[in-house]
Design a protein around this ligand. Structure first.
Ligand SMILES: Cc1cc2nc3c(=O)[nH]c(=O)nc-3n(C[C@H](O)[C@H](O)[C@H](O)COP(=O)(O)OP(=O)(O)OC[C@H]3O[C@@H](n4cnc5c(N)ncnc54)[C@H](O)[C@@H]3O)c2cc1C
Length: 446
């Protein structure tokens, strides 16, 4: 079956769902593909507490009343904008509530292939159907970009596990577990496994764990700047007012990042909001978990039912033996890892070190193809690595597409037959525009 719509949003996480609400407001017919909040439900450790503060963890929509705060009120839960520590299960439930109230139908399919012909995109979906669209917004999160140290690639389970592989940490009781990584995922797992009775060792590549600071709660300007920084994680290790102001600007106005030179952008991305541990985990980890800094795993082998790592550090090389190694080693954006792109799309995609180069409207070098979320950080800064970045991205891209949709709508007037348009989200396409899409479907289907 082939269906059509004006705009497809691929990915139903915070960015995809937020963008759908703004596209609906702009009157753009669209479909959302993917399982709502799937990555948060399936690829984060159960019981994980969000690193971002509650005020920075809402999905966004043009209508008020669908924030984390509103969700808490509705469910008679305590709400604090700072210091709430949302459990991931609660965040998933919040996101699904947002989707059911504001987005409606989401097609639970994966995109398996995508090509472009005559100015339209054709997407092959996991249920065997195809979808033709004039525009595509990719909000695919981080899943495709996971990294693993070369020495640990290919080592089988259960010796090497990934941070999103298992349920609660009870299984780790009495085991020796090495966790590789220094971000929130690694530190959250270290805390929960240690509490479950595991002997945990954390291998961190940097000089030490980078703890975020406990936010101040007074209402002055400096407090507001710090609050912005703490909402996203740790910025620069400095209390210099100008650095604080820059931090604030990058989290509140991602457009300002877009205006910087490539060199400046790369420097900021390398030095700000890197891996960090939330301040409230500190007393659950320090003194309870062995932390080894400046380490790198150079070799791994299985010996007598255990995994033995060769680990190099400033003090030379040592061997560490464990029952399991858990990888929480972060992500590196590389658009080429999206296997569904046709070679024509991939070859036309202008990239900087794997990240797409985006216009000020989030459009790639392939016309009508947009990228949101962490993959947009090279263009819009570190805020895009967090839910908070959707506050800027969703209305921006929807406003731009809404304008283009209106300008194009009057220009197409071909009759259609043969293929039924499936225009979801309660916004039927204008007849003329839908017909133009259908005409393309028929051409492409030949
Ligand atoms: C362990 C962990 C903890 C984090 N904690 C925080 C936090 O506390 N606060 C914060 O702000 N950020 C956090 N982040 C970053 C977080 O991933 C992003 O902020 C946010 O999820 C980005 O939203 P998104 O909509 O772009 O991506 P996602 O929420 O990942 O949604 C993308 C969706 O696209 C779907 N998808 C992928 N490929 C396809 C395909 N081919 N077809 C159809 N669907 C597809 C995925 O299944 C997924 O559901 C964390 C990340 C990790 C890994």
């Amino acid at each position: 079956m082939i269906s059509s719509t004006d705009t497809v949003i691929v990915g139903a996480g915070p960015y995809g769902l937020s963008t759908s609400t703004y596209l609906a407001e702009a009157g753009v017919p669209h479909q959302v593909l993917g399982l709502p909040m799937h990555a948060w439900k399936n690829f984060t450790p159960p019981g994980m507490l969000l690193r971002s503060e509650a005020f920075a963890s809402s999905l966004y929509s043009p209508c008020g009343g669908y924030t984390v705060e509103a969700y808490c009120q509705r469910n008679h839960m305590e709400y604090k904008s700072v210091g709430l520590h949302l459990p991931v299960e609660m965040f998933v439930d919040y996101g699904q509530w947002f989707q059911s109230e504001l987005v409606g139908h989401v097609r639970p399919v994966e995109v398996q292939d995508m090509c472009r012909k005559d100015g339209y995109f054709r997407l092959g979906l996991s249920d065997g159907s195809s979808l033709v669209a004039r525009r595509v917004i990719l909000s695919l999160g981080l899943k495709a970009f996971g990294q693993a140290p070369a020495a640990l690639r290919g080592v089988p389970k259960p010796y090497v596990l990934h941070s999103g592989d298992f349920g609660d940490s009870a299984w780790s009781e009495g085991k020796d577990v090495v966790i590789v990584g220094g971000g929130q995922s690694a530190i959250g797992l270290a805390a929960s496994m240690s509490a479950a009775g595991a002997r945990v060792r954390l291998l961190v590549r940097g000089d030490a764990v980078n703890w975020s600071r406990e936010p101040r709660t007074s209402s002055g300007l400096v407090s507001r700047l710090l609050r912005a920084r703490v909402g996203l994680g740790r910025g620069w290790d400095s209390n210099k007012p100008w650095l604080l102001a820059l931090s604030y600007m990058l989290s509140e106005y991602p457009a300002s990042f877009h205006k910087l030179s490539l060199q400046q952008r790369q420097k900021i991305l390398e030095t700000s909001w890197g891996p960090s541990g939330a301040w409230w985990l500190r007393n659950r980890v320090e003194g309870k978990v062995e932390i080894s800094a400046r380490t790198e795993v150079s070799r791994a082998e299985i010996r007598n039912g255990r995994i033995v790592l060769e680990v190099s550090s400033g003090n030379g090389t040592s061997a560490i033996s464990a029952d399991h190694v858990v990888l929480a080693t972060g992500f590196k954006v590389d658009m080429a890892r999206h296997a569904f792109f046709s070679s024509e799309i991939l070859n036309s995609l202008s990239m900087i070190d794997g990240s797409p180069e985006l216009t000020s409207n989030f459009e790639t070098s392939v016309r009508d193809l947009y990228v949101l979320g962490p993959a947009a950080a090279m263009s819009f800064g570190p805020a895009l690595r967090f839910i908070y970045g959707a506050r800027y991205a969703a209305p921006r891209v929807a406003g731009h597409i809404g304008g283009r949709f209106k300008r194009e709508a009057g220009r197409f007037a071909a009759p259609s037959h043969g293929v039924t348009p499936e225009l979801a989200n309660g916004h039927p396409a204008s007849g003329a525009h839908a017909r133009s899409v259908l005409q393309a479907v028929e051409r492409n289907a030949e």
